[in-house]
Design a protein around this ligand. Sequence first.
Ligand SMILES: Cc1cc2nc3c(=O)[nH]c(=O)nc-3n(C[C@H](O)[C@H](O)[C@H](O)COP(=O)(O)OP(=O)(O)OC[C@H]3O[C@@H](n4cnc5c(N)ncnc54)[C@H](O)[C@@H]3O)c2cc1C
Length: 425
Amino acid sequence: MAEILVLGAGPAGISAAYHAGKAGKETVLLEARERYGGLCDHFHKAGFRFDHAVHFAFSKNEAYSALLEKADLITHRPEPYNYEQGRWLKHPVQNNLYPLPTEEKVEAIKSFIERPAREEGSNYRSWLYEQFGQVIADRYPARYTEKYWTVPPEDLSTDWIGNRLYRPSLEEVLFGAMTDDTPLTYYLPELYYPRRGGFRAIFDPLVEELDLRTGKEVVRIDTQRQVVECRDGSKEHYEHLVSSLPLPEIAKMIDNAPAPVLEAAGELWATAIALVSIGLKVPQAGDHLWFYIYDREILPARGHAPYRKSPDNAPEGCSSLQFETYFSRYKPLPMAEETLLEHVTGAAEKMGLFKTSDLAVTDCRILPYANVVFEKGMQDKRRIILEFLEKKGILSVGRFGEWDYLWTDQCYLSGKKVENLPCML
Ligand SMILES: Cc1cc2nc3c(=O)[nH]c(=O)nc-3n(C[C@H](O)[C@H](O)[C@H](O)COP(=O)(O)OP(=O)(O)OC[C@H]3O[C@@H](n4cnc5c(N)ncnc54)[C@H](O)[C@@H]3O)c2cc1C
């Protein structure tokens, strides 16, 4: 019997298990896959290491910063780029319009000046118009939204934005239209990445201390008898249960969950990623650490260069790229994975990132949970499930357990909430 049983060995579950263990509790961590790390894990192919999409470390919270201090990290300046119709623009576009033709700059600036006043309760598209004017909004962030969130911006609420989008002054827009010598305005001053071992290496020191059981996919939870059942038939009894599993999944695993909970679970949805990874037998692939792609006819929304995050991610003399194509129940992947691989390599070659003759290895795989979508009304459905879990004595943590747009540092803190369980006080 585990005093504390934790489900899912991503950052949130690892953090929960670590903090429970540290407090002297008999703790067991169950993970469906054969590896820990969840979205922060990686895979290897022909000597290349690829993370599960672009991942950098950053944090304003003390606990996670203390964890980062233990790691050997490379520091990166956050200088992403934007690709559109053969042009590379600095990020963010709104205050880096310099490469555009003069007439297009004038049109964009005019629309910025004429942008509508802020209205309470607006959707994401009107929020974008209010911040950047219609021309910039429609051409860049709105188009990106359709690729990244898989829905038009008018379908999204605005409560996930925080400081993610830079809101420039008129002076900054004008300055960035006249010169490309603009200051860094990314919302984080520095990004970090482990020198060795990929992104998940940040968590390695914690995992060493855990009773982690992999290959344990949880399929059923009996909250009455306090037993968790795995697909392999094994059972684990618990005194307290902490879960980082996605809310729509866990709701269906609990015996006799009421209809409104199951209904809410059926309506919550997240985007998925088709991840195309490319290893190259040349030392350089493009010029940028990561970049956003606005062209509709190129399916990925974002690409990055794993070998630039750390040279440890590619064999000597080689380079690598990875592309994220988002899809969902509202925007299915329009082609088979094999065809997507061809589409992405073809598009990347046209973008000038490499030549097909440089290819060493390619890979396409699906990550079923990427970003929870802040559709209007989502918060109510989430609340129904979270209240139900609380009633059943389950602490739900992490990006898909809280059903929120959480970064890794926030998931680490979310898992640390295990310290607030009455049995821990
Ligand atoms: C494209 C992308 C880029 C990102 N970039 C960054 C970044 O640069 N910096 C940053 O800080 N954060 C980034 N994030 C966010 C970060 O990946 C997540 O916040 C974090 O990994 C979530 O941790 P978690 O433990 O909550 O969930 P997960 O990492 O999803 O872990 C959940 C775990 O539960 C397991 N599981 C699921 N179902 C079961 C089951 N039935 N039984 C047992 N186990 C199960 C899964 O296999 C998984 O291991 C990014 C996310 C995405 C999608």
